[in-house]
Write a protein that binds this ligand. Structure first.
Ligand code: HEM
Length: 116
C-alpha cells in the first residue's frame, strides 16, 4: 500500500490540533493510520484472523480507489490458486530476515526469497 500520500488543501482546515491553510501541502501516512494501536493493538503482527477494522489502504473520500472491489476479488482468487498450485511454497530465509521498503511511495518487501 501507499506509505504516504501528498495532498494539497483546497481550503483552510483544522485537523486535530493542526491548522492547514489553503494551498499548503501535507504528507499523510495511511500506513501509520492503519497501524493505529487503538484499532489493532500490536499492529506489527500479521494476523489474518484479526477482525476487520476501518482502514485507509484504498484511500478515503472522493478519490477512494475505484478498483478496490476488483483488487479484493483478485486476491481472493489468486492467493488460494497460488497455494493450490504450489503446496510446498515457503520462505528460504527466516521471517525475521525479511526487510521492508518503508521510505518509498509504496510500502513493500525488498525481496521475498521463496522455494516450492
Ligand atoms: C491492492 C491493490 C490496490 C491498492 C492498495 C490501491 C490503492 C489506492 C489508493 C490508496 C488510492 C487513492 C489515492 C488518493 O487518495 O489519491 C487509489 C486510487 C485509485 N485506484 Fe487503486 N488500488 C489498488 C488497486 C486498483 C485497481 C485494481 C484499480 C483498477 C483496475 C485501481 C484503480 C484506481 C483508480 C482509478 C484510482 C483513482 C480514483 C480517483 O482519483 O478518483 N486501483 N487506489
Amino acid at each position: 500500500m501507499a506509505s504516504s500520500l501528498a495532498l494539497e488543501a483546497t481550503e483552510d482546515v483544522t485537523v486535530g490540533d493542526h491548522r492547514v491553510r489553503a494551498g499548503q501541502r501535507v504528507v499523510v501516512s495511511p500506513l501509520a493510520a492503519n497501524c493505529d494501536p487503538s484499532l489493532i493493538g500490536d499492529g506489527s503482527a500479521l494476523d489474518v484472523r484479526r477482525r476487520p477494522v476501518p482502514h485507509l489502504t484504498f484511500g478515503f473520500g472522493v478519490h477512494q480507489c475505484l478498483g478496490q472491489q476488483l483488487a479484493g476479488l483478485e486476491l481472493r482468487i489468486a492467493l488460494p490458486a497460488l497455494l493450490r498450485r504450489f503446496p510446498g511454497l515457503r520462505l528460504v530465509v527466516p521471517e525475521t530476515d525479511l526487510r521492508f521498503r518503508v521510505n518509498g511511495p509504496v510500502y513493500a518487501l525488498r525481496a521475498l526469497p521463496i522455494t516450492w
